[in-house]
Design a protein around this ligand. Structure first.
Ligand code: NAP
Length: 256
Protein backbone atom coordinates (compact mmCIF):
# COMPACT_ATOMS: atom_id res chain seq x y z
CA UNK A 1 0.00 0.00 0.00
CA UNK A 2 1.59 3.34 -0.96
CA UNK A 3 1.20 6.57 0.99
CA UNK A 4 -1.37 7.64 -1.65
CA UNK A 5 -3.87 4.88 -0.96
CA UNK A 6 -3.18 4.47 2.74
CA UNK A 7 -6.90 4.88 3.48
CA UNK A 8 -7.36 1.13 2.84
CA UNK A 9 -7.24 -1.10 5.92
CA UNK A 10 -3.74 -2.38 6.66
CA UNK A 11 -2.85 -5.79 8.03
CA UNK A 12 -0.65 -6.17 11.09
CA UNK A 13 0.98 -9.30 12.48
CA UNK A 14 1.80 -9.26 16.20
CA UNK A 15 3.86 -12.20 17.43
CA UNK A 16 3.35 -13.22 21.04
CA UNK A 17 0.05 -11.33 20.78
CA UNK A 18 -1.67 -13.60 23.30
CA UNK A 19 -0.18 -12.10 26.46
CA UNK A 20 1.31 -9.05 28.14
CA UNK A 21 2.87 -6.47 25.85
CA UNK A 22 1.79 -8.27 22.67
CA UNK A 23 -1.83 -8.35 23.82
CA UNK A 24 -1.79 -4.59 24.44
CA UNK A 25 -0.25 -3.98 21.02
CA UNK A 26 -2.96 -6.11 19.37
CA UNK A 27 -5.69 -4.11 21.10
CA UNK A 28 -4.11 -0.77 20.21
CA UNK A 29 -3.41 -1.52 16.54
CA UNK A 30 -6.90 -2.98 16.07
CA UNK A 31 -8.40 0.14 17.73
CA UNK A 32 -6.33 2.22 15.30
CA UNK A 33 -8.09 0.43 12.42
CA UNK A 34 -5.65 -2.30 11.43
CA UNK A 35 -6.76 -5.87 10.78
CA UNK A 36 -4.60 -7.60 13.35
CA UNK A 37 -3.31 -11.17 13.34
CA UNK A 38 -2.67 -12.52 16.84
CA UNK A 39 0.16 -14.98 16.31
CA UNK A 40 1.16 -16.95 19.40
CA UNK A 41 2.49 -20.30 20.53
CA UNK A 42 -0.41 -20.46 22.98
CA UNK A 43 -3.50 -21.13 20.83
CA UNK A 44 -6.00 -20.48 23.66
CA UNK A 45 -4.40 -17.13 24.46
CA UNK A 46 -4.48 -16.09 20.79
CA UNK A 47 -8.19 -17.03 20.61
CA UNK A 48 -8.95 -15.15 23.81
CA UNK A 49 -7.24 -11.93 22.73
CA UNK A 50 -8.78 -11.96 19.23
CA UNK A 51 -12.22 -12.48 20.82
CA UNK A 52 -11.66 -9.53 23.23
CA UNK A 53 -10.80 -7.29 20.29
CA UNK A 54 -13.79 -8.41 18.23
CA UNK A 55 -16.09 -7.83 21.21
CA UNK A 56 -14.95 -4.20 21.11
CA UNK A 57 -15.94 -4.03 17.43
CA UNK A 58 -12.44 -4.17 15.94
CA UNK A 59 -10.79 -6.68 13.62
CA UNK A 60 -8.47 -9.41 14.90
CA UNK A 61 -8.03 -13.12 14.21
CA UNK A 62 -6.11 -15.78 16.11
CA UNK A 63 -3.21 -17.66 14.57
CA UNK A 64 -2.35 -19.88 17.52
CA UNK A 65 -0.02 -22.80 17.99
CA UNK A 66 2.64 -21.09 15.88
CA UNK A 67 6.25 -21.20 17.07
CA UNK A 68 8.18 -18.25 15.64
CA UNK A 69 11.41 -20.25 15.85
CA UNK A 70 10.11 -22.66 13.18
CA UNK A 71 10.38 -21.14 9.70
CA UNK A 72 7.88 -23.55 8.13
CA UNK A 73 5.26 -22.71 10.78
CA UNK A 74 5.89 -18.99 10.30
CA UNK A 75 5.60 -19.18 6.51
CA UNK A 76 2.39 -21.22 6.72
CA UNK A 77 0.84 -18.83 9.24
CA UNK A 78 1.75 -15.75 7.19
CA UNK A 79 0.14 -17.34 4.14
CA UNK A 80 -3.05 -17.95 6.16
CA UNK A 81 -2.96 -14.33 7.34
CA UNK A 82 -2.60 -13.12 3.73
CA UNK A 83 -5.50 -15.35 2.68
CA UNK A 84 -7.66 -13.83 5.43
CA UNK A 85 -6.65 -10.17 5.25
CA UNK A 86 -4.42 -9.56 2.22
CA UNK A 87 -0.74 -8.55 2.17
CA UNK A 88 0.96 -7.78 5.46
CA UNK A 89 2.05 -4.17 5.96
CA UNK A 90 2.99 -4.13 9.67
CA UNK A 91 5.02 -6.67 11.65
CA UNK A 92 5.61 -6.46 15.38
CA UNK A 93 8.20 -9.00 16.50
CA UNK A 94 7.20 -9.25 20.15
CA UNK A 95 7.25 -12.99 21.01
CA UNK A 96 10.07 -13.67 23.39
CA UNK A 97 11.44 -16.03 25.99
CA UNK A 98 13.20 -14.90 29.12
CA UNK A 99 15.66 -16.84 31.26
CA UNK A 100 17.83 -16.50 34.32
CA UNK A 101 20.91 -18.72 34.69
CA UNK A 102 24.39 -18.26 36.05
CA UNK A 103 26.70 -18.04 33.05
CA UNK A 104 28.38 -21.42 33.61
CA UNK A 105 24.96 -23.09 33.97
CA UNK A 106 23.71 -22.03 30.54
CA UNK A 107 23.62 -25.22 28.50
CA UNK A 108 23.79 -25.36 24.71
CA UNK A 109 20.08 -26.26 24.67
CA UNK A 110 19.08 -23.25 26.78
CA UNK A 111 21.29 -20.90 24.72
CA UNK A 112 19.99 -22.26 21.40
CA UNK A 113 16.33 -22.00 22.44
CA UNK A 114 16.62 -18.35 23.55
CA UNK A 115 18.45 -17.38 20.35
CA UNK A 116 15.95 -19.35 18.24
CA UNK A 117 12.88 -17.61 19.69
CA UNK A 118 14.24 -14.11 20.34
CA UNK A 119 16.48 -13.67 17.29
CA UNK A 120 15.80 -16.29 14.63
CA UNK A 121 12.04 -15.79 15.14
CA UNK A 122 12.16 -12.11 14.08
CA UNK A 123 14.43 -13.10 11.18
CA UNK A 124 11.95 -15.70 9.89
CA UNK A 125 8.94 -13.42 10.42
CA UNK A 126 10.57 -10.47 8.67
CA UNK A 127 11.64 -12.61 5.71
CA UNK A 128 8.08 -13.89 5.41
CA UNK A 129 6.48 -10.42 5.22
CA UNK A 130 9.07 -8.09 3.65
CA UNK A 131 8.12 -9.16 0.09
CA UNK A 132 4.53 -7.94 0.74
CA UNK A 133 5.83 -4.62 2.08
CA UNK A 134 8.32 -4.16 -0.77
CA UNK A 135 5.62 -4.87 -3.36
CA UNK A 136 3.42 -2.22 -1.71
CA UNK A 137 6.25 0.29 -1.29
CA UNK A 138 5.20 0.72 2.36
CA UNK A 139 5.89 -1.26 5.50
CA UNK A 140 6.62 -1.02 9.21
CA UNK A 141 8.59 -3.44 11.36
CA UNK A 142 8.90 -2.96 15.12
CA UNK A 143 11.12 -5.31 17.09
CA UNK A 144 10.52 -5.57 20.83
CA UNK A 145 14.00 -5.94 22.31
CA UNK A 146 14.86 -5.21 25.95
CA UNK A 147 16.40 -2.47 28.06
CA UNK A 148 18.65 -5.21 29.46
CA UNK A 149 20.48 -5.10 26.13
CA UNK A 150 21.33 -1.44 26.87
CA UNK A 151 22.37 -1.95 30.49
CA UNK A 152 23.43 -5.59 30.68
CA UNK A 153 21.81 -7.86 33.27
CA UNK A 154 23.47 -10.47 35.41
CA UNK A 155 22.37 -14.10 35.02
CA UNK A 156 20.81 -13.25 31.64
CA UNK A 157 23.78 -13.48 29.27
CA UNK A 158 21.82 -15.59 26.77
CA UNK A 159 18.71 -13.38 26.88
CA UNK A 160 20.67 -10.12 26.74
CA UNK A 161 22.79 -11.40 23.84
CA UNK A 162 19.63 -12.34 21.91
CA UNK A 163 18.05 -8.90 22.50
CA UNK A 164 21.28 -7.04 21.70
CA UNK A 165 21.35 -9.06 18.49
CA UNK A 166 17.81 -7.88 17.76
CA UNK A 167 18.93 -4.26 18.13
CA UNK A 168 21.75 -4.84 15.60
CA UNK A 169 19.31 -6.66 13.31
CA UNK A 170 17.03 -3.60 13.45
CA UNK A 171 19.77 -1.14 12.54
CA UNK A 172 21.11 -3.21 9.63
CA UNK A 173 17.70 -4.06 8.17
CA UNK A 174 16.59 -0.42 8.38
CA UNK A 175 19.50 0.62 6.15
CA UNK A 176 18.62 -2.06 3.62
CA UNK A 177 14.87 -1.43 3.46
CA UNK A 178 14.63 2.36 3.74
CA UNK A 179 14.51 2.83 -0.03
CA UNK A 180 11.56 0.42 -0.22
CA UNK A 181 9.36 2.58 2.01
CA UNK A 182 9.83 0.19 4.92
CA UNK A 183 10.92 1.41 8.35
CA UNK A 184 12.47 -0.85 10.99
CA UNK A 185 12.73 0.25 14.61
CA UNK A 186 13.13 -1.34 18.00
CA UNK A 187 11.50 -0.65 21.35
CA UNK A 188 13.51 -1.98 24.30
CA UNK A 189 10.96 -2.13 27.13
CA UNK A 190 12.11 -1.72 30.70
CA UNK A 191 10.25 -3.24 33.61
CA UNK A 192 6.75 -3.70 32.20
CA UNK A 193 4.12 -5.33 34.42
CA UNK A 194 3.24 -8.49 32.47
CA UNK A 195 2.85 -12.21 33.25
CA UNK A 196 6.54 -12.62 32.26
CA UNK A 197 7.63 -10.05 34.86
CA UNK A 198 5.35 -11.46 37.58
CA UNK A 199 6.66 -14.99 36.98
CA UNK A 200 10.19 -13.67 37.48
CA UNK A 201 9.08 -11.90 40.68
CA UNK A 202 7.45 -15.09 42.03
CA UNK A 203 10.65 -17.04 41.40
CA UNK A 204 12.64 -14.37 43.30
CA UNK A 205 14.66 -13.51 40.22
CA UNK A 206 14.18 -9.74 40.17
CA UNK A 207 16.37 -8.90 43.14
CA UNK A 208 13.35 -7.43 44.95
CA UNK A 209 9.64 -7.07 44.42
CA UNK A 210 8.00 -5.23 41.54
CA UNK A 211 6.98 -2.51 44.06
CA UNK A 212 10.57 -2.13 45.22
CA UNK A 213 11.76 -1.66 41.63
CA UNK A 214 8.91 0.76 40.94
CA UNK A 215 10.23 2.96 43.77
CA UNK A 216 13.62 3.03 42.06
CA UNK A 217 12.12 4.02 38.69
CA UNK A 218 12.25 7.78 37.95
CA UNK A 219 8.56 7.95 37.02
CA UNK A 220 7.68 5.97 40.18
CA UNK A 221 5.71 3.10 38.71
CA UNK A 222 6.24 -0.05 36.68
CA UNK A 223 5.55 0.23 32.96
CA UNK A 224 2.21 -0.87 31.57
CA UNK A 225 1.87 -2.93 28.39
CA UNK A 226 -0.14 0.02 27.03
CA UNK A 227 2.97 2.23 27.33
CA UNK A 228 4.74 0.00 24.81
CA UNK A 229 1.63 -0.26 22.63
CA UNK A 230 1.41 3.55 22.39
CA UNK A 231 5.01 3.85 21.17
CA UNK A 232 4.44 0.98 18.77
CA UNK A 233 1.27 2.57 17.37
CA UNK A 234 3.22 5.73 16.58
CA UNK A 235 6.11 3.86 14.94
CA UNK A 236 3.74 1.97 12.60
CA UNK A 237 1.85 5.14 11.59
CA UNK A 238 2.35 7.16 8.41
CA UNK A 239 3.63 10.03 10.54
CA UNK A 240 6.66 8.00 11.64
CA UNK A 241 8.00 7.52 8.09
CA UNK A 242 11.20 9.49 8.79
CA UNK A 243 12.07 7.36 11.84
CA UNK A 244 14.01 4.21 11.05
CA UNK A 245 16.86 2.20 12.53
CA UNK A 246 16.12 3.74 15.93
CA UNK A 247 16.12 2.40 19.46
CA UNK A 248 13.11 4.02 21.16
CA UNK A 249 13.40 3.33 24.88
CA UNK A 250 10.19 3.05 26.90
CA UNK A 251 11.39 2.46 30.44
CA UNK A 252 10.20 5.18 32.84
CA UNK A 253 13.66 6.73 32.81
CA UNK A 254 15.47 3.62 34.06
CA UNK A 255 17.80 3.74 31.04
CA UNK A 256 18.77 6.86 29.11
P1 NAP B 1 4.68 -12.68 28.10
O1 NAP B 1 3.60 -12.10 28.95
O2 NAP B 1 5.36 -13.93 28.53
O3 NAP B 1 4.13 -12.85 26.61
C1 NAP B 1 4.93 -13.42 25.62
C2 NAP B 1 4.03 -14.15 24.65
O4 NAP B 1 4.87 -14.70 23.60
C3 NAP B 1 3.32 -15.34 25.30
O5 NAP B 1 1.98 -15.41 24.87
C4 NAP B 1 4.13 -16.52 24.80
O6 NAP B 1 3.39 -17.73 24.71
C5 NAP B 1 4.51 -16.06 23.42
N1 NAP B 1 5.62 -16.84 22.90
C6 NAP B 1 6.70 -17.29 23.61
N2 NAP B 1 7.50 -18.01 22.81
C7 NAP B 1 6.92 -18.03 21.59
C8 NAP B 1 7.25 -18.63 20.36
N3 NAP B 1 8.35 -19.39 20.24
N4 NAP B 1 6.44 -18.44 19.28
C9 NAP B 1 5.30 -17.70 19.41
N5 NAP B 1 4.92 -17.12 20.57
C10 NAP B 1 5.73 -17.28 21.65
O7 NAP B 1 5.87 -11.59 27.91
P2 NAP B 1 5.91 -10.00 27.88
O8 NAP B 1 6.45 -9.53 29.16
O9 NAP B 1 4.65 -9.46 27.34
O10 NAP B 1 7.08 -9.80 26.81
C11 NAP B 1 6.86 -9.50 25.45
C12 NAP B 1 8.20 -9.12 24.84
O11 NAP B 1 8.77 -8.00 25.54
C13 NAP B 1 9.25 -10.23 24.92
O12 NAP B 1 10.00 -10.25 23.73
C14 NAP B 1 10.12 -9.80 26.08
O13 NAP B 1 11.42 -10.31 25.98
C15 NAP B 1 10.08 -8.30 25.93
N6 NAP B 1 10.41 -7.58 27.18
C16 NAP B 1 9.55 -7.57 28.23
C17 NAP B 1 9.89 -6.85 29.37
C18 NAP B 1 9.00 -6.76 30.57
O14 NAP B 1 9.35 -6.04 31.49
N7 NAP B 1 7.87 -7.44 30.61
C19 NAP B 1 11.12 -6.17 29.44
C20 NAP B 1 11.96 -6.23 28.35
C21 NAP B 1 11.59 -6.92 27.22
P3 NAP B 1 3.56 -18.81 25.92
O15 NAP B 1 2.89 -18.17 27.08
O16 NAP B 1 2.89 -20.02 25.38
O17 NAP B 1 5.05 -18.98 26.11
Amino acid sequence: MSEENSGARRTAVVTGGGSGIGRAIVHRLAEDGLATAVLDLDADAAERVAAEVREKGHEASPFGGVDVSDRAQVDAAVQRIRDAYGPVSVLVNNAGLTGFKKFLHITDEIWDRIIAVNLSGPFYCAQAVVPDMAAAGWGRIVNISSSSAQSGQQFMTHYVASKAGLIGFTKALALELGHEGITVNTIPPGFIDTPMLRKSETKGLLGGSVDHHADLTPVGRPGRPEDIAAACAFLVSDEAGYITGQVIGVNGGRNT
